[in-house]
Write a protein that binds this ligand. Structure first.
Ligand code: AMP
Length: 219
């Protein structure tokens, strides 16, 4: 089974992906995390991606499609996986369709997270990430903490360079111009679910669990 989590930066995809992955054992594939890991390790991919990511632009399609192609051929994904942050362009969606045709992953759904722009800017400007486990927190929650509540790492919080307000605005513009048309590409698909991402985390999770259970019942 597969889930594609689609939505603007800050809409809650990563948070929900981690919760679903824990409950069902599905692998969480975040293309942003894969790229950040490469940047951290200083690999050739990381060197290429670093500047593009910091300025809020999209990494070129051929690179991203290559990453996903390699990832999706891993055998453990047969037990289920969640795509978070891919596809972000219509070309990526087309490439994904071709891969799904070849690899036959069974049932799946696309979850479209909807949150209005001002709330997204607000959330992104306040969010902090843990360098060790990549979990995301609101600054209000971890304000006085020295340890990550998820993995226990000390002094590991940082603000992603692309969560700076001017970069956030650029990322949202790119989302509207380049990524949003992907929904249109998928619009005739039966299993496209709209998720109101303004609701509390637990309510969103409950809706998604309902969708997963229904998919499971179809086998
Ligand atoms: P995210 O953590 O999903 O917000 O991704 C962080 C950054 O990684 C994005 O702003 C892009 O620069 C890059 N990125 C992640 N996924 C993709 C993708 N599918 N296509 C192009 N760039 C991506």
């Amino acid at each position: 089974m597969y889930l594609i989590l689609f939505g603007a930066p800050g809409a809650g995809k990563g948070t929900q992906a981690k919760i679903i992955s824990q409950k069902y054992g599905f692998e969480h594939i975040s293309t942003g995390d894969i790229l950040r890991e490469s940047v951290k390790k200083g690999t050739p991919l990381g060197k290429k991606a670093h500047e593009i990511m910091s300025s809020g632009q999209l990494v070129p399609d051929d690179i991203m499609i290559g990453i996903i192609k390699e990832k999706l051929s891993e055998p453990q994904l047969r037990d289920g996986f969640i795509l978070d942050g891919f596809p972000r362009t219509v070309s990526q969606a087309e490439a994904l369709d071709r891969l799904f045709g070849e690899l036959q992953f069974g049932v799946g759904a696309i979850l479209v997270f909807q949150v209005d722009e001002e709330e997204l800017v607000n959330r992104l400007a306040r969010r902090r990430a843990c360098r060790e486990c990549n979990n995301i927190f609101s600054n209000d929650v971890i304000n006085n903490l020295t340890e990550c509540p998820k993995c226990g790492a000390k002094y590991s919080f940082y603000q992603r360079p692309d969560d700076d307000e001017s970069v956030i605005r650029r990322r949202l513009k790119i989302f509207i111009d380049t990524t949003l048309p992907v929904v249109n590409y998928y619009k005739d698909l039966k299993d496209l679910h709209r998720i109101n991402g303004l609701r509390p985390i637990e309510e969103v999770t409950e809706q998604i669990f309902g969708i997963v259970e229904e998919l499971k019942s179809r086998g």
